[in-house]
Design a protein around this ligand. Structure first.
Ligand code: EPU
Length: 428
């Protein structure tokens, strides 16, 4: 078992470079299966969700080669059996993208129900609705999802709620279907646009990604391609908040500032200076941090994946802040951990009321999930004394080299192996 040990109270200063976007990569890696030739992917972050995705392809028979840092050549044309090994699929949420991509390629797929962070109910009814609109039949037995279609026919898909995962799966399944598919009430996240750009570079015909209506004209063949993944909006936001929480001065490099607008707007309200450049943002603080309200919304609203981190920052602000979680019904599990560090937060359903306490104190805490873990790192960096964070495997799912990136900014953070009989009790 490994743990982060953070000696808090140091201002973060310097530059940090943001890695490729986790939630784009976990869709793009399975999408390689749709290509009739090898693909070269660049800007792939070294995180455990990527390792699992690549392992799934390898176990299914693909040829996976690392060509350099963050660069992989994947030839998935050797895959013949559209079954994802259970032991790997259960480890992460994004394994459900193999359903869409295998259905699109082979017209059948067998994948176990996905794992992933526990954030409340995470049904997949909208994914299955999309598949059945395209003509597929789905069954669920013994935790395995089986999908089969004689042929996939383009159709009209209207999502009952905005969902990133089902929008991506609908695109993956429709890209080689016969005729036109129109997805309405689609999610608009940057990683959906990135997946569409990747597929279009393979010869797909996808229009409207980034709006709530996506039109896909099915094509027969998709060729291999070379593609560089966009930078991670949430990793960037996390470093922006960490810089603010330590009253530091940090240039966050290799970002697309447009993707950060909702985060920048909230930080500005809190009293943080955010200067935007072409592909970087500078964060600094010279006055007091003040209360604000935050409501998570689908893109372009404030991302739910930044909710725990901004809540950690608001503990340090003057006044009472209100944070409302609109996407998931149980994403405040980190609050107990922040309370151990002196935070004053009460939660009622989907609303957290945060009384600013100005200072946090180091404490032993446990990361309950990925972004909650990031929030605890931020709290530990800002707190006085020592914070020890357990279950950091959650954090390593989504943050490449977080401790070395933070150390380069002046943080006192180390990763320690600790004896114990703890096993990975929660699926990655
Ligand atoms: N939903 C349904 N039915 C469905 C699908 C979703 O009711 O069939 C509901 C969910 O329960 C939730 C809402 O719709 O209330 C939104 O869920 P969405 O499908 O958008 O989320 P997801 O695909 O499960 C992805 C990211 C999450 C991120 C959310 C929202 C991946 C692998 N995961 O999850 O990322 O929070 O979109 O942006 O891309 C993270 O990176 O820490 C993370 C949890």
């Amino acid at each position: 078992m490994e743990r982060f040990v953070i000696k808090g109270g140091r201002r973060l200063e310097g530059e940090v470079s943001i890695s490729g976007a986790k939630n784009a990569v976990v869709a793009i890696i399975p999408a390689v299966i749709l290509a009739d030739g090898p693909c070269v992917l660049e800007n792939i972050p070294q995180i455990s969700d990527v390792a699992i995705s690549l392992r799934i392809l390898y176990e299914m028979g693909a040829d996976v080669k690392q060509l350099g840092k963050g660069v992989y050549r994947i030839d998935a044309t050797t895959i013949t059996d559209p079954i994802v090994p259970y032991e790997l699929a259960k480890l992460m949420r994004a394994s459900y993208y193999f359903l869409g991509t295998l259905l699109g390629k082979f017209k059948r797929a067998r994948v176990s129900m996905p794992g992933g962070c526990y954030l409340g109910d995470r049904p997949i009814d909208q994914h299955l609705k999309a598949f059945s609109s395209l003509g597929a039949a789905c069954t669920l037995e013994n935790g395995m999802i089986d999908i089969y279609a004689d042929s996939l026919i383009g159709s009209q898909i209207y999502f009952d709620k905005i969902t990133v995962g089902a929008t991506i799966n609908a695109i993956l399944a429709a890209v080689k279907a016969t005729g036109l598919t129109v997805i309405e009430n689609a999610a608009k996240e940057p990683h959906i646009v990135d997946l569409a750009n990747f597929l279009n570079s393979m010869g797909a015909d996808i229009m409207g990604a980034g709006t709530d209506v996506i039109k896909i004209r099915g094509v027969r063949h998709l060729k291999g391609t070379e593609y560089a993944v966009i930078p991670d909006q949430i990793e960037a936001g996390t470093y922006m908040v960490a810089a603010a929480a330590t009253r530091g001065n940090v240039l966050v490099k290799n970002v697309i500032p447009k993707h950060l607008e909702s985060i920048t707007a909230r930080l500005s309200k809190i009293g943080v200076n955010v200067e935007e450049f072409d592909d970087s943002v500078r964060i600094s603080v010279d006055g007091p941090l003040v209360k604000t309200s935050v409501k998570t919304m689908p893109h372009p609203g404030f991302p739910t994946d930044m909710q725990p981190q901004i809540s950690a920052l608001l503990c340090l602000a003057e006044g009472t802040s209100i944070v409302t979680e609109e996407i998931f019904n149980n994403r405040f599990r980190y609050v107990d951990q922040l309370r151990r560090m002196g935070a004053d937060i009460s939660v009622e359903g989907r609303v957290a009321v945060i009384e600013g306490v100005g200072k946090l104190m180091g404490a032993p805490v446990t990361a309950p999930d990925l972004r909650a873990g990031a929030a605890l790192v931020i709290a530990g960096l800002a707190a006085s004394g020592i914070t020890e964070i357990d279950d950091i495997y959650h954090i390593e799912r989504g943050y490449e080299n977080i401790e070395s990136k933070l150390r380069a900014l002046g943080a006192d953070i180390v990763k320690k192996s600790v004896p114990g009989n703890s096993v990975r009790k929660v699926a990655l």
